[in-house]
Design a protein around this ligand. Structure first.
Ligand code: SAM
Length: 271
């Protein structure tokens, strides 16, 4: 079967994501037990990895792009202090609306305050300063834009100078919107076009996952990745791997909304 024939039989991202419910997705993944700040649950682990990556290499610059933001804000809470402009992006309008609602009216389907407080503490600030951090994030987000990582030009070319962004962050996007491993690598190649030479990619994703729930009864297929495959895609896309950390899910984090076995965090530099 040639590639064209194969593509005809594979449901499009648009079809797979029809019915995605931001409120349900946030409840499944961004409330306890996965977002329990009293212990090393998934969310504080991700926030710590992001914080440490920015600090260790003193990553900063003009533009940070978050690829496939979904309805979540946590992935830019450290970076917003270090970039003049942050661009959020998602394929689905419902997710872009959820983000806009928080940016413009301070309304959200979950409470982001514990997240801001936790990142304030990582930065050596008092948790009581969390509203200043929220204001900072609102002030640097310049755009919330449509994106399709399967296009060679994933966002509108007018948004970035031709040299690209200084840093890309992306969490749980590429593997959950690709039909197979080659498509995952191609999507990585596509988003890399948004990044400057010498720029940083901070990539978070699922290991060993075959599905996740995007709403009650909506099972979205995921490419089940192994650590070695993440490394080989990065190499193929011309990245120097600087750091790879793995979070192994303890049994009580396996709450039935996906079959993820681990989470990876990658810091890489575009050669
Ligand atoms: N980044 C968020 C997080 O950390 O929880 C959301 C990740 S969610 C698993 C995957 C996201 O990819 C969804 O928000 C979905 O709308 C978005 N998406 C779906 N198709 C896409 C595409 N072709 N290009 C970019 N993003 C896409």
């Amino acid at each position: 079967m040639d590639q064209l024939e194969q593509n005809k039989n594979v449901p499009s991202t648009e079809a797979l994501y029809q019915g995605f419910d931001p409120v349900a997705y946030l409840q499944y993944n961004y409330t306890p037990p996965r977002a329990d700040f009293e212990r090393r649950s998934i969310v504080p682990w991700k926030l710590s990895c992001l914080h440490k990556a920015f600090v260790d290499d003193d990553i900063r610059g003009d533009i940070l792009v978050d690829v496939g933001s979904g309805p979540t804000l946590y992935q830019t809470m450290s970076g917003c202090e270090r970039f003049d402009r942050v661009i959020l992006s998602d394929f689905l309008e419902v997710n872009r609306k959820e983000l806009q609602c928080w940016l413009q009216e301070g309304k959200s389907s979950i409470d982001w305050a514990p997240y801001f407080k936790y990142v304030c503490e990582l930065e050596g600030r008092s948790p009581s300063e969390w509203e200043e951090k929220a204001t900072r994030l609102r002030s640097v987000v310049s755009d919330v834009v449509p994106i399709d990582v399967h296009q060679s030009s994933p966002i509108s070319p007018d948004l970035l100078a031709s040299s690209g962004a200084d840093c890309l962050v992306s969490s749980f996007c590429l593997e959950s919107v690709s039909n197979d491993f080659p498509a995952f690598t191609r999507a990585m190649q596509n988003i890399s076009r948004l990044l400057k030479k010498g720029g940083y990619l901070l990539l978070i994703g699922a290991l060993g996952e075959s599905f996740y729930m995007g709403a009650a009864g909506l099972y979205i297929p995921v490419v089940p990745l192994e650590e070695s495959q993440v490394c080989s895609s990065l190499k193929e896309c011309g990245y120097e791997l600087l750091q790879l950390c793995i979070y192994h899910l303890p049994p009580d984090m396996k709450v039935g909304v996906d079959d993820v076995t681990g989470v990876f965090f990658v810091k890489a530099k575009k050669a």
